[in-house]
Write a new protein. Structure first.
Length: 202
């Protein structure tokens, strides 16, 4: 990281096991979000002209998995640009560029997945041609907004972890100070202990 005191939850030097845990957690969160969003359809809380089977909803899952694949990598980039008061404006430009770049990658992956579903016969069209440009722009704006939310959540997790580490460090420091104070009191009560120690060193 460029300007923060604590290390991020994940960085380029993290081991393979840590990256795998990050991806596993990312896929779990994005899959849970997909399940939450489709629940009105699955449980019939919303009416549609034709019934929606779970099989037809799977392409939306791969859309979420595209975001799940990119989220840990995006957070490693985002954690290099702090959002605290001192660095906020300097970090804004690089963060916006990162959000725009990852949103484009995300949408490209989604369209690739949709094309694969189209070839498999699961869906009968990707986007209707007359509405293609507008649909792609709307998709891209929504995806950029999603990555803005990821930035906010990622930095909230980082600062929460930093606060917890500071609390642990302060607690350890208090323990060491208390132990040092006890040692001083012990030497004051038993001064011959200090002299015996010095004599043993001479």
């Amino acid at each position: 990281m460029s300007a923060t005191s604590g290390s991020p939850l994940l960085d380029w030097r993290s081991g393979a096991r840590r990256w795998l845990r990050a991806w596993a957690f990312s896929f779990l969160v994005w899959t849970a979000l997909w399940a939450y969003l489709i629940s009105p359809v699955v449980f019939g809380f919303r009416e549609y002209e034709k019934p929606m089977s779970l099989w037809l909803l799977l392409p939306y899952l791969t859309d979420h998995w595209a975001s799940a694949l990119l989220t840990p990598v995006f957070l490693v980039v985002a954690w290099r640009y702090p959002l605290d008061r001192r660095h906020r404006w300097r970090s804004l430009g690089p963060l916006l560029i990162a959000m725009a770049t990852f949103a484009a990658l995300d949408d490209a992956l989604c369209l690739a997945f949709r094309w694969a579903w189209l070839q498999a016969g699961v869906i009968d069209k990707v986007i209707a041609a007359p509405h293609l440009a507008g649909a792609l722009v709307a998709l891209y704006v929504r995806t950029v907004f999603n990555y803005g939310q990821i930035v906010a959540v990622g930095w909230a997790l980082h600062y929460q972890r930093e606060a917890r580490q500071r609390e642990i460090h302060a607690s350890q420091l208090e323990t060491r100070l208390a132990q040092a104070h006890l040692d001083v009191l012990r030497m004051q009560i038993h001064p011959h202990f200090l002299f015996n120690t010095l004599n043993g060193l001479l």
